[in-house]
Write a new protein. Structure first.
Length: 163
């Protein structure tokens, strides 16, 4: 297909825009952990994500999603570490392809009670184990990239190095 045909298809099938937090921690041995939650509909392991929010920066909205979906509070980087796409089933049954921009977050506190506590399970995983549990190939690749020396990524290094 030519460029014109590709653009026509893209216009017919809009791409939704979402944000996600990637909640992280360093354990006592300095190993990186990733906090995942189950989705409400299917029970799949996902990162806290949602729609952008008017009046909030993308990373601010990602922090709100982490608090609502996982009860996680912390410092969210203002730079994304990547993005992935997935098919979102909307309330009316239609499917919308969404691009999700991922913002790393250093978790400082996990609340015992949070908004979606009764709807989700949260659990810490190594980046490699998290990558094995997600369905989205681009998200899995992003997580695998954190398995080896995550401090080499400037945005992660800056986040983990700040107090």
């Amino acid at each position: 297909m030519g460029l014109d045909a590709d653009l026509a298809i893209e216009r017919q099938h809009p791409l939704g825009s979402q944000i996600a937090a990637l909640p992280l921690r360093l354990d006592r041995n300095g190993r990186l952990g990733v906090l995942m939650v189950t989705s409400r509909g299917t029970g799949r392991w996902v990162v806290p994500k949602g729609w952008t929010m008017e009046g909030h920066s993308p990373w601010g909205a990602a922090g709100i999603e982490a608090l609502e979906e996982a009860g996680a509070e912390g410092r969210v980087a203002s730079r994304s570490i990547g993005s992935y796409e997935y098919d979102k089933r909307l309330d009316d049954g239609t499917v919308l392809r969404c691009r999700v921009e991922v913002f790393p977050m250093l978790v400082c506190k996990l609340r015992r009670n949070w908004k979606e506590r009764d709807e989700r399970i949260r659990r810490w995983f190594t980046p490699k184990a998290a990558a094995q549990r997600v369905d989205e190939p681009e998200l899995a690749a992003l997580l695998r990239g954190l398995s080896q020396k995550p401090e080499k990524l400037p945005v992660i290094r800056d986040l983990l190095g700040s107090d």
